[in-house]
Ligand binder design. Structure first.
Ligand code: XMP
Length: 513
């Protein structure tokens, strides 16, 4: 495997992801626990990550010195390159201007194993450069193999020791060939086979969960979404009925979804499940409330209250399982370190507070959404479940601007189901990140048959996105939209007009509240 030494970069997990994509197993260890991880894993290669520190500051982190005498290949990225250089007798000067990231072009000046089958001498390639400290004298044995105007040592190599340093970030998508460079390091340079797969991730996590939990009891809150479901199925495979799942059903799910969750867990997997039907509690609390933030806050708080109550009833559970993904972990860390405004108070099962005083079991913490889906398939979850569009914790309540009532939820569920059915029939479901209907608190006049109608407006939303942070509208053709509009107005009582939302994110958000 490959050991990734973490110096605190925001994107260290992306390095691990790229190594996994190359079919090679990797583990991340913080720099101060790297020596121990090295002993345990006996890696065939090491990657030193980037990080916020400056090598020129006293007390800044270093890689364990004996890594450089282990006879295995090492790739240093950004800070990792600088510390390698400093530790091997080169020198680094602090940057005078701000540290920032940016697009840059580098020219390949020499053949290098890292470029195997990819880059040739004289070619120019785009990379995502990090302008921080600069290496200004290379250690003995190193040569520059690619350079840009501002960075004469953009890539350096000591082929005899198989040490490589890059000043840019190959792990981010803005370095178009970055994933291939990392794959070259893992497979061509380190000679690893590239046959690692999700099946092995599953086996490793199961062993890890068993070790963490012992014979303790675990409770897992299900949201109906993919993440908590995959976490629960994986944990159940590890510890069987030491796991109890709690599904707090707030009555704000899509059509048929609650039944699907209950059926999947109880019948398909035989996992113990407490299904709490709390629809009345949630709807009565939402009565008369029209403020989006107050709706969100009420749902979040009530969810936790109900969950806690159930946990108390089950009793004796020491562990709380959550389907936290890597993007949930980084989203809570601001990139700039500056204050950010609250656009929406997010609520999900992952938001259960520490005050529950339970230890966390989070087997998906290092994965990205598409990897969780792959793991879900590996665990035999049905495709319809695994491939499902994301759904917000507060459910339909934030797709019904204004007051939420049972009647309006039922109307929205019908319109939404028709829309999604047409999207599936047209073969568009997987090309869309999220599609849903919104029920507006506006009535308009229409004519149906010979009569006047005075009913609600429904808005349709569909966006493409890779992470939900930014989004583009999905460009349906007019025939598709008019087919959906006709069906909704004909089949759903209470809606007499349908519109399509043409707003990207930003400036819009994906959900309407
Ligand atoms: P927005 O509306 O902020 O949504 O553009 C971005 C993504 O987040 C989802 N979303 C939520 N997910 N709890 C969740 O688990 C929430 O409270 C929540 N609010 C929005 C939204 O569906 C989209 O995928």
């Amino acid at each position: 495997c490959i050991l990734i030494v973490d110096f605190g970069s925001q994107v260290t997990q992306l390095i691990a992801r790229r190594v996994r994509e190359a079919g090679v197993y990797s583990e991340i260890a913080p720099f101060n626990a790297a020596a121990e991880a090295f002993e345990r894993l006996k890696p065939r290669g090491i990657i030193l990550s980037g990080g916020p520190a400056s090598v020129t500051d006293a007390g800044s982190p270093r890689a364990p010195q004996h890594f450089f005498e282990a006879g295995i290949p090492i790739l240093g990225i950004c800070y990792g390159q600088q510390t390698m250089c400093a530790q091997l007798g080169g020198s680094v000067t602090p940057s005078t201007d701000n540290r920032e990231f940016g697009r840059a072009f580098i020219e390949v000046t020499r053949e290098c194993s890292l470029f195997h089958g990819l880059w040739k001498e004289g070619e120019r390639h785009q990379v995502w450069m990090s302008h921080g400290d600069k290496v200004d004298a290379l250690p003995a044995g190193f040569h520059p193999v690619a350079a840009s105007e501002g960075a004469p040592f953009a890539v350096t190599a000591d082929e005899s020791r198989r040490f490589y340093g890059v000043q840019f970030h190959p792990e981010v998508v803005h370095t178009p060939d970055g994933a291939k460079l990392i794959a070259n390091f893992a497979r061509h340079v380190c000679g690893l086979a590239g046959d690692w797969s999700m099946a092995e991730f599953r086996a490793a996590k199961i062993a890890e969960i068993r070790e963490q939990v012992g014979d303790g009891k675990v409770i897992c809150g299900l949201s109906g979404g993919v993440d908590s479901a995959v976490a629960a199925v994986l944990i159940h495979e590890a510890i069987g009925d030491q796991l109890t799942c709690v599904f707090v059903d707030h009555g704000l799910m899509r059509m048929g979804e609650a039944d699907q969750v209950v059926g999947l867990f109880r019948e398909h997997y035989g996992i113990p499940l407490v299904h709490v039907n709390a629809e009345t509690l949630f709807l009565s609390g939402l009565k008369g409330e029209t403020d989006p933030e107050k709706k969100r806050k009420f749902i979040g708080k009530t969810f936790i209250d109900v969950f806690e109550e159930e946990a108390r009833k089950i009793g004796g559970a020491e562990f709380l399982a959550q389907g936290t993904l890597y993007p949930d972990v980084i989203e809570s860390v601001s990139f700039t370190g500056g204050p950010s405004v609250t656009i929406k108070s997010h609520h999900n099962v992952g938001g259960l507070p520490e005050r529950m005083n339970m230890k966390l079991v989070e087997p998906l913490r290092e994965l990205f959404k598409d990897e969780v889906r792959a793991l879900g398939r590996e665990l035999g979850l049905p495709e319809i479940f695994v491939g499902r569009h994301p759904f917000p914790g507060p459910g339909l309540a934030i797709r019904i601007p204004g007051e939420v009532t049972k009647e309006r939820c039922d109307i929205l569920r019908k319109a939404d189901a028709i829309y999604l059915e047409e999207i599936r029939n047209a073969g568009l479901y997987d090309a869309i990140w999220q599609a849903f209907a919104v029920l507006l608190p506006v009535k308009t006049v229409g004519v149906m048959g010979d009569g006047r109608t005075y009913d609600s407006v429904c808005a349709l939303r569909a966006v493409t996105s890779t992470d939900g942070m930014t989004a583009d509208i999905y460009p349906f053709d007019a025939a598709f939209l008019s087919r959906v509009a006709t069906r909704i107005v004909n089949e759903v009582q209470g809606i007499n007009r349908v519109t399509y939302d043409y707003t990207s994110k930003p400036p819009g958000t994906i959900e309407w509240e």
